[in-house]
Design a protein around this ligand. Structure first.
Ligand code: SF4
Ligand code: SF4
Ligand code: SF4
Length: 316
């Protein structure tokens, strides 16, 4: 698949169909990848596809000007569709190179299972429903469902629905819906006082680095409300109350745009379980409006569309 990707990317650049290729290359640390954004056809030999291609590359589409060939997993392709719906990018300027995605490996889960730091591991490889971890030359098998990211376990569209080139056959995810929403279920089982205490403790640790916002393709405002001074919605100082308010408002802003790609939680340097908020919002949007972000590029965006018959006339 990697060879095919490199060839397709090279052809797109050579034939002048795109100005840029956005994909993944090997990261500087073990078991990581990093975004590769290039106009040079020689660079495409660095493109990789592996179980660590975590970034949702669609976040760059609002930054890179010109025609773009972009590598997209199922969730990323939905983010691209959502950006098209919001008129942030034009479909004709994008060539989507779709990757049927069997799920990504969560290194925190691997470290927890084998009791070793990632630097101490020789290799991690996916083999169907198993993940093989090699430590000190010894191989150990784990069921993939114990090692994939929570959002991948709940993935509804692992194969991109919107694409121009599809690399490989459509795939299904290693679905484990129960494991996927275990943290949410625990929160749902709490009293509102317990939940308040839980989030108070979590957001006490937030350093307001904005990694969760900056990595999110659904957070595309040129000026974020947190930077407004008139009115000042929240203080710039990372107090837990303002941190919580930041996430509450951010969740409302991404409602109907969030594709459960899991990037905000993965990017958080202090491991705040942000997906418990975003996935819950995703479920509410589905339940109340029967709307799944990025599944229909012709559909009106959920929160910016209105009807003249709206009951609430302030919307007009
Ligand atoms: S959510 Fe689905 S498409 Fe996205 S990385 Fe996980 S398995 Fe792949
Ligand atoms: S990534 Fe984490 S620490 Fe940074 S602003 Fe978001 S919640 Fe706070
Ligand atoms: S809110 Fe988080 S999970 Fe949702 S699209 Fe943004 S980065 Fe992905």
């Amino acid at each position: 698949m990697e060879q095919k990707l490199r060839q397709e990317a090279k052809d797109l650049l050579e034939q002048g169909k795109v100005d840029y290729i956005i994909g993944f290359e090997a990261g500087s640390l073990k078991f990581t990848t990093t975004p590769l954004i290039t106009t040079a056809k020689d660079d495409v030999d660095r493109l990789v596809i592996n179980p660590f291609i975590a970034n949702n590359l669609s976040v760059y589409l609002t930054e890179v000007k010109g025609r773009v060939g972009i590598v997209a997993k199922g969730c990323d392709s939905r983010s691209i569709v959502s950006l098209i719906q919001d008129n942030k990018v034009a479909r004709e300027n994008i060539v989507i190179i779709g990757i049927p995605c069997p799920g990504l490996i969560d290194l925190n889960k691997v470290e927890h299972l084998v009791g070793k730091d990632r630097d101490e591991l020789d290799d991690i490889a996916r083999d169907g429903d198993k993940v093989i971890v090699t430590v000190n030359g010894k191989k150990r098998d784990f069921p993939a469902r114990e090692i994939l990211f929570d959002n991948c376990l709940g993935c509804e569209f692992p194969t991109p629905q919107e694409y121009d080139i599809l690399l490989g056959e459509p795939t299904s995810s290693v679905a484990d819906k129960v494991a996927s929403r275990e943290k949410i279920e625990t929160l749902e089982g709490m009293t509102s006082e317990q939940r308040w205490e839980f989030w108070k403790n979590e957001f006490n640790r937030c350093i307001r680095c904005y990694a969760c916002r900056n990595i999110c393709p659904a957070c595309f405002c040129e000026r974020c409300f947190v930077e407004e001074s008139e009115p000042q919605w929240i203080l710039p100082v990372p107090r837990w109350q303002d941190n919580l308010m930041f996430q509450v408002i951010r969740n409302i802003h991404v409602a109907g745009r969030c594709t459960d790609c899991g990037e905000c939680e993965r990017a958080c340097p202090v491991n705040i379980p942000l997906r418990s908020l975003t996935k819950k919002m995703y479920e509410l949007v589905d339940e109340l409006f029967h709307y799944q972000a990025g599944t229909d590029k012709e559909a009106a965006p959920l929160l910016t569309a209105y009807e003249v018959e709206e009951v609430e006339d302030f919307i007009r």
